[in-house]
Design a protein around this ligand. Sequence first.
Ligand SMILES: [Zn+2]
Length: 452
Amino acid sequence: MPSTTTSSSKASSSTSSNTSSNTSGKKISPASSSSSGTTREKTASSRKGESTSTDFSTLIKTNPKLSAKPITNKDGDDITEYFDETNVLNAKIEHLVNLINQSKHIVLYTGAGISRAAGIRDYRSPNGVWTMKEKGVKTVAKKDESKIIFPTRTHMAISTLYNAGKIQYVTSQNVDGLHVKSGIPRKNMSELHGNTNVEICHKCNIEYVRNFRCRNNKNVHDHRTGRFCEKCKSELEDTIINFNENLPTDQLERAEENASKADLAIVVGTSMRVNPACSLPQMCKENGGKLVIINLQLTPKDKKADLRIFAEADKVIDTVMKKLALEIPPFILETEYSLESFESVNPTSEKKLIGFKITSPSPLGPMGSKVLRSISLKVHGSKVVSFKDTMMLDPIPSDCTKISAVLKYNLNSIDEKEAKCTIELENPLNITSKSFALKVNTSTNEITVTEK
Ligand SMILES: [Zn+2]
């Protein structure tokens, strides 16, 4: 029967710790009108009253230790990352936990900052896509289709908070689909800028949720994916909202409805510079609600915040979860493969051959979701043969009762994480097809193989 072995390797994450802190703004400004339109737009950084330039001098005054010069981009936005000192941070998190416990309708707003740990680039951090672009540095040298992206601890914590009834709604600017993968029902969240895994038939209004990236059109405003609706055969379109395109009405309406119902808005990992997403969180203030912003960089909405936390999202959420006595489950990546054996004959030597083929139900090709890079088969002590799709072996000895396969994985090509596991197949000569499910614990990199 199948055996399972596991191995793991390094997972790296380094956190630089700078020291600074900030007063939590107490100002409650008059509630703004609702969001400013339905088109995705960058906010003008020079907008009066929203410039962040004066915030740095306030920070300096309240934090003498903060002597670093702010880094600004060409729009004059301060893109410096600030970190609260440990004791300040702890007090702020305690405050946040109290607010969570006291509130009845909590909406969480997320941005690119929460997906950084998943290996997705954000936009405005010192190494962000836009910052590097300004410096003339090409950030995406080549598209790495083999990269596996899965929810971070923060995503898993958010879905746990949702399931525990601690938060009621999530509004995200992220298109990576990781909230959905983490288990939050799509009806309880708004993906304002779309979801890269979702394509839609606008005629039938049917959405197709895929396990791969749907967008493949190079022309920015052309959303056709090349696939067709199963019902009406119309061309499907990706759901990504680019700048100057309208947001999906239903997503925006639900986001607005929840924004105005909320008594606590928690913003995590966004610099709040894209309309209308950045206008929603403060809507809860119309009902006397509170606004919390957790972000390393200053945001134009900081002055409206009742609590402003400068720390990495993962760090804050980890502590919040501990204080709420909630465990963060690891994300389990599940994927399925089948190994088929078949007989063949070498046309020249007329020797009988045995072949193996690996298939996956995923439409991404034989390597499925690309978790599995290669498989090595070891037949009755003979040499290991690696293959990626199909392989042929010389005849297996007739006394062979066991064949073992080593599966090689690469979860994230950037971190070079790799794990191996072994599956043993009894009586390989009799196998015609064998399916197995792989579960990868993305926290420990542990893999289990179960025969299906
Ligand atoms: Zn259709």
